[in-house]
Ligand binder design. Structure first.
Ligand code: HEM
Length: 475
């Protein structure tokens, strides 16, 4: 074979451009951007408008939280909004991930026992590898109880919705049964603790976790409440942790007692201190898993609940393949359309919309058509809902195409909801979500279980209520 046959042709060099956009006047620029981001435009329009104005998917802008009370936070970022520039965030040679989960904003450490949890650690910190391996091990070991625990808890959830819906004319809100289900399912599978042993925890555990989660995120998310109330009272301060620490402590004490086996493994097998294992486990359950799935399952219910034709196809696939058999990972992996729908839902509605990374060194960042010089210390910020609609990668990118991922794996490498490609693996050397495989399969199990149990269902226009549930007539 000749040399020219072996070596691929060199890629054409991209033109180097100055990064467009600006941070505006000190204080005023970030303040105006904050109002636009939260109030006048919302995140999606905010990024979309600036991408159009700058004629570039890479540009400079500010992101809240900002002035007046978040004075020590630097809101300056470089937005990366296409698949190619966004992927630099996964390159641990180029970006540092220390304390950058929500940009330059860091919630109070007193919310997590004064411990920096795994998600805030960079891959160069020794504790990152210890903790990531610990969490990967927890997920691996929980596989044997994952499916039966899921289906048992889902049955409880749907029983509760069934009984409420029969009494109500306008439909039944599914958020409380869903939160109870997630709390019980996740504490059992991830910590080994059975929350039904504590009536108080079974009843209130999810509200304690939810408040603790919200207090960490509130300065960074649009809640859609009345303005200027939201700007003045919810986006201007860090709320003190004492407001939520009581509930957090009760859940932590319960896990310490009932999840002692899992915690001890953190100490004996992964070299963690007891405190480190406990607060990280709490964070994984309450923030990563509960927070992530609580954002994703309602999205999935809404997509399906408004599409009868899709429901018919999914029901047929589930019934033909799974029949009335007990669900298993193996069975659900055969459900091509169900899995594709889950990936398409994750593509269009990534539950964690923003990802950040700080440049470790000066480097050249490329988009599809240009190259840009990034300086050490600058913060890159990707807004995934736009990145996942990159028309250079996805045909008809704005449209929900249920079978988009049924035709082989190639497109899956561009699905980034887990802070990495869906075809890569999470490890101690990267910052990809360790639940990158278990989340889509859990969602597929959720859908399969739904269509084993029901023929069809509808969700109302608010997206929060189930208005009808038709029990399966023939399985
Ligand atoms: C729909 C559900 C979930 C979503 C959308 C999600 C998303 C993510 C994302 C985007 C990141 C990277 C954050 C960043 O660095 O910018 C991440 C990291 C992480 N996730 Fe998930 N996740 C989900 C469920 C879970 C579950 C069930 C677990 C439980 C094991 C988990 C554990 C973690 C951990 C420990 C990290 C930090 C990884 C590291 O520091 O290397 N996540 N997740």
């Amino acid at each position: 074979m000749s040399t020219s046959e072996k070596t691929p042709p060199p890629l054409p060099l991209l033109p180097v451009r100055t990064i467009p956009g600006s941070y505006g006047l000190p204080v005023w620029g970030p303040f105006v951007d904050r109002l636009n981001y939260f109030w006048f435009e919302g995140a999606e329009t905010f990024f979309r408008k600036r991408m159009e104005k700058n004629k570039s998917s890479v540009f400079r802008t500010n992101i809240p939280p900002t002035f007046p009370f978040f004075t020590s936070i630097n809101p300056n970022i470089i937005a990366v909004l296409d698949v190619k520039s966004f992927a630099h965030l996964f390159d641990m040679e180029l970006v540092e991930k220390k304390d950058v989960l929500a940009g330059d904003y860091l919630p109070s450490l007193s919310l997590t026992g004064d411990i920096r949890t795994c998600i805030y650690l960079d891959t160069t910190e020794t504790r990152h590898a210890q903790l990531k391996n610990y969490i990967l091990d927890i997920l691996k070991r929980s596989r044997s109880i994952w499916v039966p625990t899921l289906t048992t808890n889902l049955d409880t959830m749907w029983d509760s919705i069934d009984s409420d819906i029969s009494k109500s004319k306008s439909g039944e809100a599914f958020d409380v049964p869903l939160k109870k289900f997630l709390f019980s399912f996740l504490t059992r599978t991830l910590t080994g603790a059975d929350s039904s042993k504590s009536p108080e925890l079974s009843e209130k555990g999810y509200t304690w976790l939810e408040r603790w989660l919200l207090i960490q995120l509130v300065p960074t998310i649009k809640l859609g409440l009345c303005q200027p109330f939201e700007e003045i009272f919810l986006h201007s301060f860090v709320y003190p942790s004492f407001l939520v620490n009581g509930g957090y402590k009760k859940v932590a004490e319960f896990i310490q007692k009932e999840g002692s086996q899992v915690l001890n493994r953190g100490v004996t097998e992964f070299g963690l201190s007891e405190e480190d294992a406990l607060h990280n486990l709490m964070f994984v359950v309450g923030f990563n898993a509960f927070g992530g799935l609580l954002a994703f399952f309602p999205t999935l219910l809404n997509i399906l609940g408004n599409d009868k034709v899709l429901q018919d196809k999914l029901r047929k696939e589930v019934r033909d393949t799974c029949k009335a058999d007990s669900l298993s990972f193996g069975l659900v992996m055969q459900l091509d359309l169900v899995n594709s729908v889950v990936y398409e839902a994750l593509r269009l509605n990534p539950p964690v919309p923003l990802q950040f990374g700080r440049a470790r060194k000066d480097f050249t960042l490329s988009s599809h058509d240009s190259a840009f010089e990034v300086k050490k210390g600058e913060v890159l910020c990707g807004y995934q809902p736009l990145v996942m609609r990159d028309g250079k990668v996805f045909d008809d990118p704005e449209k929900f195409v249920a079978d988009r991922f049924t035709k082989g794996n190639e497109l899956l490498s561009y699905v980034f909801w887990s802070n990495g490609s869906q075809t890569e693996s999470a490890s101690a050397n990267n910052k990809q979500c360790p639940a990158k495989d278990i989340v889509p399969i859990t969602a597929a199990l959720f859908v399969a279980h739904l269509f084993q149990r029901y023929d069809s269902f509808t969700v109302d226009s608010s997206g929060s209520k189930i208005t009808s549930l038709e029990k399966a007539t023939h399985v």
